[in-house]
Design a protein around this ligand. Structure first.
Ligand code: FDP
Length: 335
């Protein structure tokens, strides 16, 4: 019979792997989980917005109805700003770094987050999510964190993960010791271990890409997508196309089933710090890979807060195969 474990118990177990741990990190994740539960509750009510009041209006309870992505942003800020464990935050929704509120205790961690990824799907009841990435403070001059603390390579993350608000709410996270998934039991208000030590298949049968962008693709991407669509049973082809257009949802499905998600260049659309790097840490910990086509995502040195990168992520052999197509096309173009 499978064991019953809450995410809190699991985080505490992981903390015991570090005898000198102060408990700060555990407390930080606990605050983040509270924020996610509040966002989850609000996402579940999204369909009632029209009944209870339009965005910007005052609803029947006398509350101002906010856009869900603004609500998610503020909820995380309010839950984390006073947690005492962070020195700075950065969000996909804010242009600049987010300092810790005046008077708030400063801590040794940096939080980067995308409060509500895939938000264009809210109105159609498709899954959306919150992505997070945690680094240690590296600057020493003041107790406040700075831009430099936010612009760290993904390989320095101490934890990363996401919450997906779908048919149920699921949390997936890693601290560098495997990837674990927890499903929210709304009646208990607890995330319970549902996916222990997730390993993604080394090769999948799914490709996920916005094919409407084909005219903007490079030759390598075009050749690769033609290849996965070939009717070659000996190679396990054709692959099935699955694209929701909500990164967390597309990523989560491919993580569990195997497959490849592509948002190719030249510049890409997805953000390095809030989307690509955290999901790259998760996928690598699950045995998969994440690349721009030529470089490992976790090796990229960010140069600005909202930097976009091409993102090719998923099953290890599929990502490697894409890389060969991409590089071959570059070589051919150079000849
Ligand atoms: P959205 O615009 O709905 O917020 O990064 C944002 C994102 O969604 C991802 O979640 C998703 O994978 C991607 O954009 C979809 O982009 P396209 O509509 O260009 O396919």
């Amino acid at each position: 019979m499978s064991k019953i474990r809450t995410v809190q118990q699991h985080i505490l177990d992981e903390e015991r792997l570090y005898p000198g741990a102060s408990g700060d990190f555990t407390a930080l994740l606990t605050s983040l989980i509270v924020a996610a539960k509040i966002i989850s509750r609000e996402v579940n009510k999204a369909g009632l917005v029209k009944i209870l009041g339009e965005t910007g209006n005052v609803n029947v309870h006398g509350e101002t109805v906010q856009k869900l992505d603004e609500f998610a942003q503020q909820t995380i800020y309010r839950a984390m700003g006073h947690s005492g464990h962070l020195c700075v935050m950065a969000s996909e929704e804010s242009e600049n770094i987010i300092p810790i509120p005046d008077g708030g205790k400063r801590g040794k961690y940096v939080l980067m987050f995308d409060p509500l990824d895939g938000s264009s799907n809210i109105d159609v009841n498709a899954s959306i999510g919150t992505i997070f990435s945690i680094h240690r403070k590296i600057t020493k001059d003041t107790i406040d964190g700075s831009l430099q603390d936010c612009l760290q390579q993904g390989c320095n993350q101490v934890a990363a993960g996401y919450f997906i608000y779908g048919s149920s709410t699921v949390m997936v996270y890693t601290t560098g010791h495997g990837v674990h998934g927890f499903t929210l039991d709304p009646s208990l208000g607890e995330f319970l271990l549902s996916h222990e030590n997730i390993k993604t298949p080394t090769r999948g049968k799914i490709y996920s890409i916005n094919e409407g962008n084909v005219s903007q693709w490079d030759h390598g991407t075009r050749a690769y997508i033609d290849y996965v669509k070939e009717d070659r049973k000996d190679r396990g082809h054709p692959y099935s196309l699955r694209y929701i257009g909500s990164l967390v949802a597309d990523f989560h499905r491919n993580l569990l089933k195997g497959g490849i998600f592509l948002y190719p260049g030249p510049k890409g659309k997805l953000r390095l710090l809030y989307e690509a790097a955290p999901l790259a840490m998760v996928v690598e910990q699950a045995g998969g890979a994440a690349s721009t086509g030529t470089e490992r995502i976790l090796d990229l040195q960010p140069t600005s807060l909202h930097q976009k990168v091409p993102l090719i992520i998923g099953s290890r052999d599929d990502v490697a195969e894409y890389g060969k197509f991409y590089k071959d096309a570059l070589v051919m173009a150079a000849d």
